[in-house]
Design a protein around this ligand. Structure first.
Ligand code: FNR
Length: 380
């Protein structure tokens, strides 16, 4: 693997998230870039995610007062500078030698939320100590409950403030672009959190059995596993990878405190709808659940997949999200300029979001109502 050192200064032609992608394409080995950028299959969902944001229009109001304006908000009892959280992204040492430590330090500097992946290339304990800002741990169910629980306990012990359990990737989507480029994880980049966990014994398959359907999926988690996980931790539990409103309801019934409406940035099932398109219906489902369960704290709705601008954050909030997760742009910024790049990206997106608030006549994230946008009829 070629090592790409961070630039000591941000190139002057990087002024928005997409500029980081352009530079990352140059900075990274081709196969690594393709691994990060690609979606699954024909990338219909990957493109659909961007498309959806472009179809929503912002309807600005003029001459509004700005005497209590702020982009800040609280999530699960913690205060953040804006409704943006760095998404869980595996193996960040692919992009930079400091990996997750650099990204977490940048999020900390900007008072931005940060989610550490199960598949982080730096241990969750080291990531937790990168700055003091609250962080969440993203959990992939492991082959045994003992191993899953070991990760949860380590996350609790290290001070993570929430568990984000990802449910849309029991089997990894097939990313043809990444395959064509011959991407393989280099030996020096590993899943640091899984080093000490005993690997599961291989499941013997009969001759006519499928590796995917009978091998991987036979051991894949189901709703009982989610109920079990809920019973094991007092931390807020956020279920990531929800696209169907019935799944949203089921997760809430089992005690989830939050949802991430997400299609994994178009990397899992190709052909599923953009998460933004499903957001209005899922928001209505969450609101209906809250109305019929007044004793429960209302669940938090997060959204990811396709956010590239502060105005996209605004649109997601107008369609029902409380906050959003940022995926690939953070990876690109990390590869171009390390922690400095990620901090610059987060600041740029926050300024874009603030500008959108200002020009649309909204003082705070809570002021962004559905009336602030025009939504195409074919959205949910
Ligand atoms: C991801 N994503 C992801 N999600 C997760 O729950 N655990 C993980 O380890 C990873 N790893 C990962 C690696 C890479 C290279 C990418 C691009 C994505 C998905 C991620 O959290 C998020 O859902 C999407 O990236 C959001 O879409 P955008 O912002 O990339 O369009």
């Amino acid at each position: 693997m070629t090592t790409h050192y961070p630039l000591s200064e941000i190139p002057p032609d990087i002024v928005c998230a997409d500029d980081y992608e352009r530079h990352a394409r140059e900075a990274l080995p081709h196969s690594t870039y393709e691994h990060i950028a690609s979606g699954s299959g024909d990338e219909i969902t990957l493109r659909g995610n961007r498309d959806a944001f472009q179809q929503v229009q912002i309807l600005p109001r003029m001459l509004r007062r700005f005497d209590r304006a702020s982009a800040q908000l609280s999530l699960f009892g913690d205060r953040y500078a804006s409704p943006m959280v760095v998404a869980p992204l595996a193996y960040q040492q692919l992009a930079h030698p400091e990996g997750e430590l650099a990204t977490a330090a940048a999020a900390d500097a900007l008072d931005c939320g940060f989610v550490c992946s199960t598949l982080a290339s730096c241990s969750l304990e080291r990531v937790a100590s990168a700055g003091r800002s609250p962080k969440w741990f993203q959990l992939y169910f492991q082959a045994s409950r003992a191993n899953t629980l070991a990760l949860v306990r380590r996350a609790e012990q290290a001070g993570y403030r929430a568990i984000v359990v990802t449910v849309d990737s029991s089997v990894t989507g097939i990313r043809n672009r990444s395959q064509r480029a011959g991407f393989a994880l280099p030996d020096n980049v590993q899943a640091a959190n899984l080093r000490e966990l005993a690997p599961p014994p291989p499941r013997p398959l009969k001759q006519d059995e499928s590796i995917i359907l009978n091998g991987i999926m036979a051991d894949a988690p189901d709703w009982d596993e989610l109920a079990w996980l809920r019973s094991q931790t007092a931390l807020p539990l956020i279920v990531k990878g929800i696209i169907h409103p019935e799944d949203a309801r089921q997760a809430l019934l089992l005690g989830a405190d939050g949802l991430v409406v997400s299609n994994h940035g178009g990397r899992s099932l190709d052909g599923c709808p953009a998460s933004l398109r499903m957001l209005p219906l899922i928001r209505r489902t969450v609101d209906a659940f809250a109305a019929s369960h007044p004793h429960r704290t209302a669940a938090t709705v997060l959204l990811d997949s396709g956010i590239r601008r502060g105005s996209d954050v605004f649109k997601a909030l107008a369609l029902g999200a409380d906050a959003v997760l940022l995926g690939r742009p953070c990876f690109y910024a990390l590869s171009v300029a390390g922690a400095l790049g990620v901090a610059h990206l987060l600041r740029t997106l926050k300024e874009e979001f603030e500008l959108t608030l200002a020009l649309s006549g909204c003082q705070t994230p809570a002021d962004i109502s559905r009336d602030a946008v025009i939504i195409p009829r074919d959205f949910s």
